[in-house]
Design a protein around this ligand. Structure first.
Ligand SMILES: CC(=O)N[C@H]1[C@@H](OP(=O)(O)OP(=O)(O)OC[C@H]2O[C@@H](n3ccc(=O)[nH]c3=O)[C@H](O)[C@@H]2O)O[C@H](CO)[C@@H](O)[C@@H]1O[C@H](C)C(=O)N[C@@H](C)C(=O)N[C@H](CCC(=O)O)C(=O)O
Ligand SMILES: Nc1ncnc2c1ncn2[C@@H]1O[C@H](COP(=O)(O)OP(=O)(O)OP(=O)(O)O)[C@@H](O)[C@H]1O
Ligand SMILES: N[C@H](CCC[C@H](N)C(=O)O)C(=O)O
Ligand SMILES: [Mg+2]
Length: 484
């Protein structure tokens, strides 16, 4: 394809050469440049892609897209400049892969918590009505039943568009995807036509990246400014802002405020949740396999999205009732002696609060919470999560999450600062496996062990290595023969 065609949607300046040059592939990482390809140099947080232009040239790049004039590029290789190469990459990738999202219905979910869960709920309904569905998210990407492993919640634009292209080739009709705030801020999703956008909630996370909650909120708002239709949680303080950002029609949902979709008569048990949905004068019974008020919110958002995507109400309700729950989201493992363990991905203050409040609704004995915080992520959430756990547990075991490049013991101390204030008895155990075993030793019949933070993850990242680690495997091993 000609450079001119690839960059049709983006203003650029030609520094040398011609935009009529043909390029065969696109790469934003010099190590992946192919002969005849376009190298897009991105000024990053860790390093500057412009430094790798010589490497790209050496590997046979046919053209360079830069963010400022660069010297030393051989004359026969065109150099073009745009103001923002992440945005340019997204536009070029969409063009290169023939704009795949234009021919599918795309639903994007954003919010601090509940994105993964909402996508799986919507997918259950769409598959039930026979629509071939693509999924993009934290746990995995999927095309129908084919699983494609992923490293990130929302991949870079080039990988996303390639995935969408594969989806159109495999006749996917609808895509459900998580849209992280990073991806909105970093233009990863710029080339996507969103038919429906869902807002779950906005609470503290990712302040290492966004610095302020205001910036974080603005990043999320970008999705609604782009989508044709928006489904918005009005019980969340930021809901009104997202509705103001919305470009197209808005369907609202809430429990505590007037809204288009409302939940009443909520009943929560250890096995699940039931409520009455009130919508356009009708009342419908909804049943879910996950317990908790937060599950009601996720269901309301999913129902709104499904209605906008054209699913009939009875199929939506049947699809939600059928969904077995998502791996590592309030996943229950029981022991014969009557201890219930809950493996959950709560890794934010709000997520942890919701999960512990839900467990409190049915626990007969005490709650023993095993949790920690990830390294190289928002440090300010650590003592807050420590306090939330202390206030809601009978006993806390503070342990490692993914330490990444940080000192694990220091992360535990950061969390401890919050737990200590609450007066809740606690201990620190840096080894997560030992922490889970300790919780099982302490637990008596009727107790609930909440193991929070890693959910579906099957690894643990240390400064010097990544090991296999799976909370559900560990709790089963710790229960041993006692495991049901
Ligand atoms: C903070 C963040 O999102 N950073 C992303 C950003 O990295 P960066 O700007 O630091 O990149 P860099 O390392 O400085 O490199 C700059 C450029 O030089 C290039 N390069 C680099 C080395 C080389 O030899 N040659 C070369 O060309 C790189 O490919 C890049 O294009 O651009 C990179 C290229 O797309 C991303 O890989 C990287 O994601 C990193 C790995 C990351 O961890 N992101 C996380 C925080 C993230 O995005 N998380 C959200 C989850 C949130 C949630 O679920 O709530 C997500 O959507 O997954
Ligand atoms: N609507 C909600 N409100 C608050 N907490 C929630 C909600 N839904 C789920 N949670 C909590 O957040 C955790 C993560 O849920 P989920 O994976 O669906 O969120 P996510 O937004 O995809 O997270 P991530 O940003 O890591 O991808 C759950 O394990 C649960 O503890
Ligand atoms: N999407 C989140 C996931 C955090 C999961 C937790 N286990 C951790 O490693 O901090 C993030 O990347 O911040
Ligand atoms: Mg997710």
């Amino acid at each position: 394809m000609k450079l001119r065609e690839l960059l049709e949607q983006i203003p650029y300046q030609i520094i040398q050469g011609s935009a009529e040059t043909e390029v065969s592939t696109i790469a934003y990482d010099s190590r992946k440049v192919e002969r005849g390809g376009l190298f897009v140099a991105i000024s990053g947080f860790q390093t500057d892609g412009h430094k790798f232009i010589p490497m790209a040239v050496e590997k046979g790049a046919a053209a360079i897209l830069a963010e400022h004039a660069v010297e030393g590029v051989p004359e026969n290789i065109p150099v073009l400049v745009t103001e923002n190469n992440r945005a340019a990459l997204a536009a070029a990738a969409a063009k290169y892969y023939e704009d795949p999202t234009a021919s599918m219905q795309v639903m994007g979910v954003t919010g601090t918590n509940g994105k993964t869960t909402t996508t799986y709920l919507v997918r259950s309904v769409l598959e039930r009505i026979g629509r071939k569905t693509g999924l993009v998210g934290t746990i995995e990407n999927r095309i129908g039943d084919t699983v494609i492993p992923t490293e990130r919640t929302t991949p870079e634009s080039l990988e996303l568009q390639a995935l969408f292209r594969r989806m159109t080739e495999e006749r996917v009709e609808d895509v459900v995807m998580e849209v992280s705030s990073h991806s909105l801020d970093l233009h990863r999703v710029d080339g996507i036509h969103f038919d429906v956008a869902v807002f779950t909630n906005l609470t503290q996370d990712h302040l290492d990246y966004h610095k302020t909650m205001e910036n974080y909120k603005k990043a999320k708002g970008l999705l609604f400014a782009r989508a044709d239709k928006s489904v918005i949680n009005l019980d969340d303080e930021a809901g009104a802002y997202m509705a103001d950002c919305a470009k197209g029609s808005v369907m609202t949902y809430a429990i505590d405020h007037p809204a288009d979709l409302r939940a009443e008569d909520i009943s929560i048990t250890a096995e699940g949740t039931a409520f009455t949905l009130v919508y356009e004068g009708g009342r419908y019974g909804v049943r879910l396999h996950t317990p908790g008020r937060f599950s009601v919110y996720n269901a309301l958002g999913a129902i709104g999205a499904c209605l906008y995507l054209g699913a009939p109400m009875e199929e939506i309700l049947a699809g939600l009732a059928e969904n077995p729950g998502v791996s590592g989201r309030f996943q229950t493992i029981r022991s014969k002696k009557g201890v219930q363990a809950i493996v959950d991905y709560a890794h934010t203050p709000d997520g942890l609060e919701n999960v512990l409040n839900t467990a409190a609704e049915f626990v007969k004995g005490r709650i023993i919470t095993v949790f920690g915080c990830g390294g190289d992520r928002d440090k300010t959430k650590r003592p807050i999560m420590g306090r939330i756990a202390g206030e809601r547990s009978g006993y806390c075991i503070i342990t490692s999450d993914n330490p990444r490049t940080e000192d694990p013991e220091q992360i535990l101390r950061d969390v401890e600062a919050g737990t200590k204030e609450t007066g809740c008895p606690y201990e620190k155990q840096v080894d997560r496996r030992a922490a889970i075993c300790r919780a099982v030793d302490l637990a008596k019949p009727g107790d609930v062990i909440v193991i929070a933070g890693k959910g579906h993850e099957t690894y643990q990242i240390f400064p010097d290595r990544t090991i296999h680690f799976d909370d559900t495997e560990e709790i089963r091993k710790a229960f041993g023969e006692d495991c049901l």
